[in-house]
Design a protein around this ligand. Structure first.
Ligand SMILES: [Zn+2]
Length: 394
Protein backbone atom coordinates (compact mmCIF):
# COMPACT_ATOMS: atom_id res chain seq x y z
CA UNK A 1 0.00 0.00 0.00
CA UNK A 2 1.25 3.47 -0.78
CA UNK A 3 -0.12 6.54 0.85
CA UNK A 4 1.21 9.67 -0.76
CA UNK A 5 2.43 12.33 1.53
CA UNK A 6 0.29 15.40 1.74
CA UNK A 7 1.46 18.29 -0.37
CA UNK A 8 -0.76 21.11 0.82
CA UNK A 9 0.66 23.59 3.28
CA UNK A 10 -2.15 23.40 5.82
CA UNK A 11 -0.47 22.32 9.02
CA UNK A 12 -2.47 19.64 10.77
CA UNK A 13 -3.75 20.70 14.14
CA UNK A 14 -2.57 17.73 16.15
CA UNK A 15 -4.43 16.77 19.26
CA UNK A 16 -2.88 13.36 19.49
CA UNK A 17 -2.32 12.26 23.03
CA UNK A 18 1.26 12.99 23.98
CA UNK A 19 1.58 9.92 26.12
CA UNK A 20 -0.28 7.76 23.66
CA UNK A 21 1.97 7.39 20.70
CA UNK A 22 5.41 8.45 21.82
CA UNK A 23 8.12 6.09 22.78
CA UNK A 24 8.64 2.46 22.12
CA UNK A 25 8.60 -0.59 24.24
CA UNK A 26 11.12 -3.37 23.86
CA UNK A 27 9.31 -6.38 22.44
CA UNK A 28 9.09 -9.46 24.61
CA UNK A 29 9.97 -7.81 27.88
CA UNK A 30 7.92 -7.91 31.04
CA UNK A 31 8.14 -6.86 34.66
CA UNK A 32 6.18 -7.40 37.83
CA UNK A 33 4.63 -4.68 39.91
CA UNK A 34 2.95 -4.84 43.30
CA UNK A 35 3.04 -7.45 46.04
CA UNK A 36 0.88 -10.51 45.44
CA UNK A 37 0.01 -11.11 49.10
CA UNK A 38 -2.37 -14.08 48.79
CA UNK A 39 -0.33 -17.27 48.22
CA UNK A 40 -2.59 -18.29 45.33
CA UNK A 41 -1.93 -15.00 43.57
CA UNK A 42 1.83 -15.27 44.17
CA UNK A 43 1.68 -18.77 42.67
CA UNK A 44 -0.18 -17.39 39.66
CA UNK A 45 2.20 -14.50 39.02
CA UNK A 46 5.17 -16.88 39.27
CA UNK A 47 3.54 -19.39 36.93
CA UNK A 48 2.62 -16.78 34.33
CA UNK A 49 6.12 -15.28 34.51
CA UNK A 50 7.57 -18.77 33.97
CA UNK A 51 5.35 -19.35 30.93
CA UNK A 52 6.39 -15.97 29.52
CA UNK A 53 10.09 -16.70 29.95
CA UNK A 54 9.55 -20.08 28.28
CA UNK A 55 7.91 -18.20 25.38
CA UNK A 56 11.03 -16.06 24.95
CA UNK A 57 10.14 -13.07 27.11
CA UNK A 58 12.83 -11.43 29.19
CA UNK A 59 11.91 -10.42 32.70
CA UNK A 60 13.30 -7.09 33.79
CA UNK A 61 13.67 -6.06 37.40
CA UNK A 62 11.64 -2.85 37.35
CA UNK A 63 8.57 -1.85 35.39
CA UNK A 64 9.29 1.23 33.26
CA UNK A 65 8.52 2.95 29.98
CA UNK A 66 10.32 0.42 27.78
CA UNK A 67 8.63 -2.65 29.24
CA UNK A 68 6.06 -4.29 27.00
CA UNK A 69 3.98 -6.12 29.61
CA UNK A 70 3.51 -5.33 33.29
CA UNK A 71 2.05 -7.98 35.57
CA UNK A 72 0.39 -5.73 38.10
CA UNK A 73 -0.62 -7.62 41.24
CA UNK A 74 -3.25 -5.74 43.19
CA UNK A 75 -5.41 -6.11 46.25
CA UNK A 76 -8.90 -6.92 44.96
CA UNK A 77 -10.45 -5.07 47.90
CA UNK A 78 -8.33 -1.98 47.41
CA UNK A 79 -7.00 -1.89 43.86
CA UNK A 80 -4.20 0.57 43.27
CA UNK A 81 -3.33 1.83 39.79
CA UNK A 82 -0.16 1.14 37.91
CA UNK A 83 0.51 4.45 36.17
CA UNK A 84 2.50 3.51 33.13
CA UNK A 85 4.96 5.91 31.62
CA UNK A 86 4.30 4.84 28.07
CA UNK A 87 0.96 3.92 26.50
CA UNK A 88 2.20 0.92 24.49
CA UNK A 89 3.00 -0.84 27.77
CA UNK A 90 0.32 -3.46 28.32
CA UNK A 91 -0.83 -3.75 31.92
CA UNK A 92 -2.41 -6.94 33.23
CA UNK A 93 -4.16 -6.40 36.55
CA UNK A 94 -4.00 -9.57 38.66
CA UNK A 95 -6.14 -9.97 41.74
CA UNK A 96 -7.23 -12.78 44.03
CA UNK A 97 -10.85 -13.44 44.86
CA UNK A 98 -11.40 -16.58 46.97
CA UNK A 99 -14.20 -17.90 44.75
CA UNK A 100 -14.84 -17.41 41.04
CA UNK A 101 -17.18 -14.39 40.85
CA UNK A 102 -20.80 -15.06 39.93
CA UNK A 103 -20.93 -11.76 38.10
CA UNK A 104 -17.47 -11.56 36.61
CA UNK A 105 -18.02 -8.26 34.84
CA UNK A 106 -19.33 -6.51 37.92
CA UNK A 107 -16.46 -7.79 40.06
CA UNK A 108 -13.70 -7.58 37.50
CA UNK A 109 -14.38 -4.42 35.52
CA UNK A 110 -13.79 -2.04 38.42
CA UNK A 111 -10.46 -3.78 39.08
CA UNK A 112 -9.52 -3.40 35.44
CA UNK A 113 -10.34 0.28 35.41
CA UNK A 114 -9.04 1.16 38.88
CA UNK A 115 -5.83 -0.69 38.17
CA UNK A 116 -5.53 1.44 34.99
CA UNK A 117 -4.95 -1.86 33.23
CA UNK A 118 -5.69 -3.20 29.75
CA UNK A 119 -6.85 -6.58 31.00
CA UNK A 120 -7.87 -7.96 34.39
CA UNK A 121 -7.37 -11.55 35.51
CA UNK A 122 -9.06 -12.69 38.69
CA UNK A 123 -7.50 -15.76 40.24
CA UNK A 124 -9.62 -17.95 42.49
CA UNK A 125 -9.89 -21.45 43.89
CA UNK A 126 -12.60 -23.52 42.25
CA UNK A 127 -13.91 -26.89 43.43
CA UNK A 128 -11.44 -28.79 41.25
CA UNK A 129 -8.52 -26.37 41.09
CA UNK A 130 -7.45 -22.81 40.40
CA UNK A 131 -9.42 -20.69 37.92
CA UNK A 132 -8.31 -17.64 35.97
CA UNK A 133 -11.20 -15.34 35.01
CA UNK A 134 -10.55 -12.66 32.38
CA UNK A 135 -12.21 -9.30 31.87
CA UNK A 136 -11.38 -7.18 28.83
CA UNK A 137 -11.91 -3.51 28.23
CA UNK A 138 -14.60 -4.40 25.69
CA UNK A 139 -16.46 -6.12 28.55
CA UNK A 140 -15.50 -9.56 27.30
CA UNK A 141 -15.37 -12.23 29.99
CA UNK A 142 -13.96 -15.75 29.81
CA UNK A 143 -12.05 -18.16 32.01
CA UNK A 144 -9.34 -20.77 31.98
CA UNK A 145 -9.66 -23.70 34.42
CA UNK A 146 -6.70 -25.61 35.82
CA UNK A 147 -7.07 -29.21 34.65
CA UNK A 148 -4.31 -30.67 36.81
CA UNK A 149 -1.18 -29.55 35.02
CA UNK A 150 0.50 -26.24 35.85
CA UNK A 151 2.39 -26.07 32.57
CA UNK A 152 -0.76 -26.50 30.46
CA UNK A 153 -2.70 -24.08 32.61
CA UNK A 154 -0.21 -21.24 32.34
CA UNK A 155 0.30 -21.86 28.64
CA UNK A 156 -3.47 -21.52 28.18
CA UNK A 157 -3.49 -18.35 30.29
CA UNK A 158 -0.65 -16.85 28.27
CA UNK A 159 -2.48 -17.68 25.05
CA UNK A 160 -5.30 -15.46 26.31
CA UNK A 161 -2.95 -12.65 27.28
CA UNK A 162 -0.40 -12.54 24.52
CA UNK A 163 -2.50 -11.48 21.50
CA UNK A 164 -3.80 -8.55 23.51
CA UNK A 165 -0.44 -7.64 24.95
CA UNK A 166 1.33 -7.53 21.62
CA UNK A 167 -1.34 -5.78 19.54
CA UNK A 168 -0.88 -2.22 18.41
CA UNK A 169 -3.40 0.54 19.04
CA UNK A 170 -4.04 3.19 16.43
CA UNK A 171 -5.21 5.99 18.64
CA UNK A 172 -3.59 9.13 17.40
CA UNK A 173 -6.10 11.52 15.84
CA UNK A 174 -5.04 14.47 13.71
CA UNK A 175 -7.67 17.11 13.09
CA UNK A 176 -7.67 19.37 10.04
CA UNK A 177 -10.05 22.32 10.51
CA UNK A 178 -10.78 22.35 6.79
CA UNK A 179 -14.19 20.72 6.44
CA UNK A 180 -16.03 22.44 3.57
CA UNK A 181 -18.80 24.68 4.87
CA UNK A 182 -21.38 22.76 2.85
CA UNK A 183 -20.72 19.80 5.18
CA UNK A 184 -20.78 21.61 8.52
CA UNK A 185 -24.26 20.37 9.20
CA UNK A 186 -23.72 17.02 7.53
CA UNK A 187 -25.23 15.36 4.50
CA UNK A 188 -27.44 12.39 3.64
CA UNK A 189 -24.82 10.00 4.96
CA UNK A 190 -24.53 11.67 8.35
CA UNK A 191 -28.34 11.68 8.52
CA UNK A 192 -28.20 7.91 8.13
CA UNK A 193 -25.64 7.71 10.94
CA UNK A 194 -27.93 9.75 13.20
CA UNK A 195 -30.83 7.45 12.29
CA UNK A 196 -28.71 4.34 12.91
CA UNK A 197 -27.78 5.57 16.39
CA UNK A 198 -31.42 6.27 17.21
CA UNK A 199 -32.37 2.79 16.06
CA UNK A 200 -29.66 1.19 18.20
CA UNK A 201 -31.06 3.08 21.15
CA UNK A 202 -34.62 2.04 20.32
CA UNK A 203 -33.53 -1.60 20.02
CA UNK A 204 -31.85 -1.29 23.43
CA UNK A 205 -28.53 -2.23 21.84
CA UNK A 206 -26.52 0.49 23.51
CA UNK A 207 -25.46 -0.98 26.82
CA UNK A 208 -24.98 1.65 29.46
CA UNK A 209 -21.39 2.74 29.39
CA UNK A 210 -19.56 1.63 32.45
CA UNK A 211 -19.62 4.64 34.80
CA UNK A 212 -15.86 5.03 35.03
CA UNK A 213 -16.34 8.65 36.06
CA UNK A 214 -17.83 7.41 39.30
CA UNK A 215 -14.97 5.16 40.31
CA UNK A 216 -11.98 7.10 39.04
CA UNK A 217 -10.46 10.36 40.21
CA UNK A 218 -10.26 13.22 37.73
CA UNK A 219 -6.56 12.53 37.29
CA UNK A 220 -6.98 8.81 36.65
CA UNK A 221 -9.89 9.45 34.31
CA UNK A 222 -7.69 11.70 32.17
CA UNK A 223 -5.01 9.02 32.26
CA UNK A 224 -7.45 6.32 31.12
CA UNK A 225 -8.75 8.45 28.27
CA UNK A 226 -5.24 9.09 27.00
CA UNK A 227 -4.14 5.51 27.37
CA UNK A 228 -7.11 3.87 25.77
CA UNK A 229 -7.58 6.59 23.21
CA UNK A 230 -11.19 7.02 24.18
CA UNK A 231 -13.42 9.90 25.11
CA UNK A 232 -15.27 7.73 27.57
CA UNK A 233 -16.48 4.18 27.58
CA UNK A 234 -19.27 3.53 25.16
CA UNK A 235 -19.71 0.60 22.90
CA UNK A 236 -20.29 0.18 19.22
CA UNK A 237 -19.87 2.51 16.28
CA UNK A 238 -21.35 3.31 12.89
CA UNK A 239 -19.87 4.67 9.70
CA UNK A 240 -20.94 5.51 6.17
CA UNK A 241 -18.78 6.11 3.13
CA UNK A 242 -18.91 9.58 1.65
CA UNK A 243 -21.13 9.56 -1.39
CA UNK A 244 -20.34 9.94 -4.16
CA UNK A 245 -17.14 8.17 -3.04
CA UNK A 246 -14.15 10.42 -2.38
CA UNK A 247 -10.56 9.45 -1.87
CA UNK A 248 -7.93 11.56 -0.09
CA UNK A 249 -4.16 11.10 -0.03
CA UNK A 250 -4.85 8.91 3.00
CA UNK A 251 -7.40 6.62 1.39
CA UNK A 252 -11.18 6.39 1.25
CA UNK A 253 -13.19 9.02 3.10
CA UNK A 254 -16.09 8.16 5.37
CA UNK A 255 -18.20 9.57 8.17
CA UNK A 256 -17.96 7.89 11.55
CA UNK A 257 -19.35 8.22 15.04
CA UNK A 258 -17.14 9.76 17.72
CA UNK A 259 -15.77 7.96 20.74
CA UNK A 260 -17.47 8.21 24.09
CA UNK A 261 -20.59 10.01 22.91
CA UNK A 262 -24.24 9.02 23.24
CA UNK A 263 -24.83 6.94 20.11
CA UNK A 264 -28.58 7.49 20.38
CA UNK A 265 -28.07 11.20 19.84
CA UNK A 266 -25.46 11.70 17.11
CA UNK A 267 -25.96 15.22 15.77
CA UNK A 268 -23.09 17.66 15.68
CA UNK A 269 -20.46 17.33 12.98
CA UNK A 270 -16.99 17.28 14.50
CA UNK A 271 -18.28 16.30 17.92
CA UNK A 272 -20.66 13.36 17.39
CA UNK A 273 -19.88 12.48 13.78
CA UNK A 274 -16.51 13.02 12.13
CA UNK A 275 -15.28 12.95 8.57
CA UNK A 276 -12.42 10.45 8.38
CA UNK A 277 -10.01 11.44 5.61
CA UNK A 278 -7.99 8.29 6.03
CA UNK A 279 -5.02 6.74 7.78
CA UNK A 280 -1.42 7.99 7.85
CA UNK A 281 0.85 5.01 8.51
CA UNK A 282 4.02 7.04 9.03
CA UNK A 283 2.48 8.69 12.07
CA UNK A 284 0.08 5.83 12.86
CA UNK A 285 -2.72 8.39 12.85
CA UNK A 286 -6.30 8.74 11.75
CA UNK A 287 -6.76 12.01 9.84
CA UNK A 288 -10.03 13.88 10.33
CA UNK A 289 -11.60 17.00 8.88
CA UNK A 290 -13.68 19.17 11.16
CA UNK A 291 -15.47 22.51 10.99
CA UNK A 292 -13.06 25.27 12.09
CA UNK A 293 -14.88 26.36 15.25
CA UNK A 294 -15.59 22.97 16.73
CA UNK A 295 -13.73 21.44 19.65
CA UNK A 296 -13.65 17.91 18.30
CA UNK A 297 -14.06 14.53 19.95
CA UNK A 298 -11.88 11.63 19.00
CA UNK A 299 -13.24 9.34 16.36
CA UNK A 300 -14.22 5.82 17.40
CA UNK A 301 -11.16 3.64 18.02
CA UNK A 302 -12.31 1.23 15.29
CA UNK A 303 -11.79 3.80 12.54
CA UNK A 304 -8.74 1.87 11.34
CA UNK A 305 -10.87 -1.26 10.85
CA UNK A 306 -13.56 0.56 8.91
CA UNK A 307 -10.89 2.26 6.81
CA UNK A 308 -9.37 -1.10 5.87
CA UNK A 309 -12.75 -2.49 4.84
CA UNK A 310 -13.74 0.58 2.78
CA UNK A 311 -10.37 0.59 1.09
CA UNK A 312 -10.66 -3.03 0.02
CA UNK A 313 -14.35 -3.15 -0.90
CA UNK A 314 -15.56 -0.20 -2.99
CA UNK A 315 -19.15 -1.47 -2.79
CA UNK A 316 -19.28 -1.43 0.99
CA UNK A 317 -20.97 1.86 1.81
CA UNK A 318 -21.76 1.39 5.49
CA UNK A 319 -20.44 -0.47 8.52
CA UNK A 320 -22.08 -1.10 11.87
CA UNK A 321 -20.31 -2.49 14.94
CA UNK A 322 -22.41 -3.44 17.95
CA UNK A 323 -21.85 -5.35 21.14
CA UNK A 324 -24.82 -7.54 20.34
CA UNK A 325 -25.46 -10.80 18.54
CA UNK A 326 -27.46 -12.47 15.77
CA UNK A 327 -28.28 -16.11 16.36
CA UNK A 328 -26.48 -18.44 13.99
CA UNK A 329 -23.53 -16.13 13.35
CA UNK A 330 -20.27 -18.08 13.39
CA UNK A 331 -18.32 -16.80 16.37
CA UNK A 332 -14.70 -16.33 15.46
CA UNK A 333 -11.90 -16.34 17.99
CA UNK A 334 -10.68 -12.82 17.72
CA UNK A 335 -9.02 -11.97 20.94
CA UNK A 336 -7.72 -8.49 20.18
CA UNK A 337 -8.71 -5.20 21.75
CA UNK A 338 -10.77 -2.64 19.86
CA UNK A 339 -8.74 -0.09 17.98
CA UNK A 340 -5.75 -2.31 17.25
CA UNK A 341 -4.26 -3.00 13.84
CA UNK A 342 -4.55 -6.71 14.63
CA UNK A 343 -8.30 -6.56 15.31
CA UNK A 344 -8.80 -4.48 12.18
CA UNK A 345 -6.83 -6.96 10.07
CA UNK A 346 -8.67 -10.00 11.46
CA UNK A 347 -12.08 -8.48 10.85
CA UNK A 348 -11.07 -7.32 7.37
CA UNK A 349 -9.89 -10.89 6.63
CA UNK A 350 -13.26 -12.30 7.65
CA UNK A 351 -15.17 -9.73 5.63
CA UNK A 352 -13.08 -10.75 2.60
CA UNK A 353 -13.94 -14.42 3.16
CA UNK A 354 -17.69 -13.78 3.51
CA UNK A 355 -19.92 -15.04 0.67
CA UNK A 356 -20.76 -11.41 -0.09
CA UNK A 357 -18.27 -9.00 1.52
CA UNK A 358 -20.63 -6.10 0.86
CA UNK A 359 -23.25 -7.68 3.12
CA UNK A 360 -21.11 -9.51 5.66
CA UNK A 361 -21.83 -10.29 9.30
CA UNK A 362 -18.65 -11.02 11.24
CA UNK A 363 -19.04 -12.37 14.78
CA UNK A 364 -16.31 -11.71 17.32
CA UNK A 365 -16.58 -14.00 20.31
CA UNK A 366 -16.69 -12.25 23.69
CA UNK A 367 -17.22 -8.99 21.85
CA UNK A 368 -19.87 -8.39 19.20
CA UNK A 369 -20.67 -8.06 15.51
CA UNK A 370 -19.30 -6.09 12.60
CA UNK A 371 -21.76 -5.79 9.73
CA UNK A 372 -21.13 -4.36 6.28
CA UNK A 373 -23.81 -3.13 3.91
CA UNK A 374 -24.80 -0.96 0.98
CA UNK A 375 -26.17 1.63 3.38
CA UNK A 376 -26.94 1.85 7.09
CA UNK A 377 -30.65 1.78 6.30
CA UNK A 378 -30.10 -1.42 4.33
CA UNK A 379 -28.16 -2.97 7.24
CA UNK A 380 -30.97 -2.20 9.67
CA UNK A 381 -33.57 -3.65 7.32
CA UNK A 382 -31.51 -6.84 7.30
CA UNK A 383 -30.86 -7.22 11.03
CA UNK A 384 -34.15 -5.92 12.42
CA UNK A 385 -35.86 -8.61 14.46
CA UNK A 386 -32.77 -10.84 14.54
CA UNK A 387 -30.34 -8.95 16.67
CA UNK A 388 -30.16 -9.54 20.42
CA UNK A 389 -28.18 -7.98 23.18
CA UNK A 390 -26.49 -11.08 24.64
CA UNK A 391 -23.07 -11.80 23.15
CA UNK A 392 -21.79 -15.36 23.60
CA UNK A 393 -18.98 -15.43 26.15
CA UNK A 394 -16.65 -18.20 27.11
ZN1 LIG B 1 -16.38 -3.34 20.05
Amino acid sequence: MTVQSRTTTAAPLTIAAAVADRGRVVDHTFARNGEPAPPRLAWFVDGLARAMRARGYTEVGEPGPTVQVVLHALDADEPRPYRRKNAPTFVVALGYVPEPPTDLLRTGYPLLVQGLANLAVLVSDGPTGPIASFVTLEQGTYRVDHAGDDGQFFTAVLERVEPLATSRLVIANEFLPDLPEALWSGDDQTAQITRAGERLGALDLLPAAFPIEEILSERDLRHVKLLYGIGGLSYGNVSARRLPPTESAWGPEFWMSASGVDKANLREIGRDILLVRGYEPARNSIILSIPPEVKPNRVSVDAIEHWMIYREHPDVHAILHVHAWIKGTPATEINYPCGTVELATSVADLVRQAPDPTRAVVGQKNHGLTITGHSLDEIFARIDGHIVRAVPMD
